[in-house]
Design a protein around this ligand. Structure first.
Ligand SMILES: Cc1cc2nc3c(=O)[nH]c(=O)nc-3n(C[C@H](O)[C@H](O)[C@H](O)COP(=O)(O)O)c2cc1C
Length: 166
């Protein structure tokens, strides 16, 4: 079967639809939608999130050295769309949406309590790949809703009803 060259853009699918929450040194909280995200080490446990330097959140993660990955379910579709299309530079998005916030156990960053799973991370490295800076985060603590935890202590992802935004 014949093949032709195609558009190169974001060629790996599926991309996860996660929210990254963060806090700056003045205590201001924010969150943005992120599709450039993946696991990147099994031992130690690490994940990677890609943030464009022009995002308001970028400077928060840079200066604090921590972030929280929040898994998103279908119920939060509108919230996700808002956080992914408005900037914390212009308004307090989390307050505007009335989002419930919790405190990290290991990191100084907000947990989005409306999300079923919150993964606290410490930045251990970052690489500017091009449009994005990929922040490598060591997983420090995971909060999961009780009903999502399987009998081995892990997350039953089939029960999360993960958002598929696009
Ligand atoms: C589905 C979706 C995926 C996105 N993925 C990313 C991403 O991987 N990295 C990024 O920097 N911005 C991404 N964005 C855009 C940001 O979420 C958006 O620009 C947001 O308004 C930035 O907020 P902030 O300025 O408050 O940080 C995505 C947006 C959507 C809707």
């Amino acid at each position: 079967m014949e093949k032709k060259v195609t558009d190169f853009k974001s060629c790996l699918k599926a991309m996860p639809d996660i929210l990254v929450s963060c806090r700056n040194n003045e205590g201001r909280n924010n969150a943005l939608a992120v599709g450039y995200a993946c696991n990147c080490s099994y031992e130690p446990h690490m994940v990677m999130v890609g943030i464009v330097p022009s995002r308001y959140s970028y400077h928060m993660v840079k200066e604090s050295g921590v972030f929280v990955v929040n898994l998103v379910n279908e119920e939060l579709r509108e919230t996700y769309a808002y956080l992914g299309s408005h900037s914390g530079r212009d308004e307090d998005k989390l307050e505007k949406l009335g989002m419930k916030l919790g405190e990290g156990v290991k990191v100084n960053a907000p947990l989005l309590l409306d999300c079923p799973v919150n993964i606290e991370c410490t930045v251990v490295d970052s690489i500017r790949t091009g449009s994005h800076e990929m922040f490598v985060g060591k997983v420090e603590y995971i909060h999961a809703r009780e009903e999502l935890i399987n009998d081995k202590g892990g997350i039953n992802y089939n029960k999360v009803n993960l958002l598929k935004f696009r």
